[in-house]
Write a protein that binds this ligand. Structure first.
Ligand code: SF4
Ligand code: SF4
Length: 268
């Protein structure tokens, strides 16, 4: 049985038994993949899974229109399962039914605790792609001036469409800082000053929370290498705090916690 067939069978069973009222998975839309919202066991045939499925479907779980139709089951590869664990750690999710997909295996239906256990057992060492690691090594080898020029050129392309924000399950503030205008913290014009502020604030708010799912970069119409920024900060968090988010639903996020022995060398 293929992964897509196994997902369809489990989705139909969950819906028929009432264990889920809605299954969120992937469907084909031309050569692309789009989210599928299935509430009838007879409708599961649209569900597919392959390596074109890039969207992080955990993004829908906090939406009131989805919550009101729960219980919801979601198709989740490891990075999406990690997002669910982060959302639970941040008290944004208390339970989830997960149709757990691995790179080479389908793991069936799990609850949140089961997904966290699976991640620790089988996906503790998820590595970024070799291309991304190579790009980060190149960035690290640049002088500070070269690196500043690189990001200035990249951020100049940003049109402030916020598709990256909409694609990320961890960007869930009811009102984002870029939309606050009394006082206005960040210029909303798609120009250098505001673009830098937006990109840096987005990246820092994700530091120690980002699960490197790639959904933000896949959504960016300008081709800005957001994963490079995400990975640079993830590596720094791992180095400074020894934290890897998305494995422990009880873990406190680095950005929202502190320890007395945290390095305070930055205080001058
Ligand atoms: S910042 Fe991007 S890569 Fe990180 S969790 Fe959000 S969508 Fe995924
Ligand atoms: S999706 Fe791309 S262009 Fe749009 S706000 Fe995000 S970084 Fe800028």
């Amino acid at each position: 049985m293929s992964t897509s067939e196994a997902i369809r069978a489990d989705a139909a069973r969950l819906l028929a038994e009432g264990r889920a009222k809605l299954v969120i998975g992937y469907r084909a839309r031309g050569p692309h993949r789009a989210p599928a919202f299935v509430s009838d066991p007879a409708g599961v045939d649209v569900l597919i899974y392959d390596n074109l499925c890039k969207q992080n479907l955990a993004v829908y779980l906090r939406k009131p229109e989805v919550r009101s139709r729960g219980p919801v089951a979601v198709v989740a590869p490891p990075a999406v399962m990690r997002s669910l664990v982060v959302l639970a750690a941040e008290s944004q999710l208390t339970e989830a039914t997960v149709l757990a997909v691995g790179p080479d295996a389908y793991h069936g239906v799990l609850d949140l605790a089961g997904a966290a256990a699976l991640l620790k057992e089988k996906y503790a060492d998820l590595a970024p792609s070799p291309e991304l690691l190579e790009a980060l090594a190149k960035l690290d080898a640049m002088s500070p001036q070269e690196r500043a020029r690189f990001w200035t050129d990249q951020f100049a392309k940003c049109t402030r469409c916020y598709a990256c924000r909409a694609a990320c399950p961890l960007c869930y503030c009811a009102r984002c800082i870029v939309e606050k205008n009394v006082p206005q913290w960040i210029s909303t014009a798609a120009a250098q000053h505001g673009n830098f502020a937006w990109q840096i604030i987005r990246a820092f708010h994700q530091a120690g929370r980002c699960t490197l799912c790639g959904a933000c970069e896949a959504a960016c119409p300008q081709g800005i290498p957001l994963m490079l920024l995400n990975l640079a900060l993830s590596e720094e968090v791992a180095k400074q705090f020894g934290e890897k988010p998305g494995y422990d639903p009880a873990a406190k996020p680095v950005i929202g916690s502190w320890k007395p022995d945290d390095d305070q060398g930055f205080v001058r």
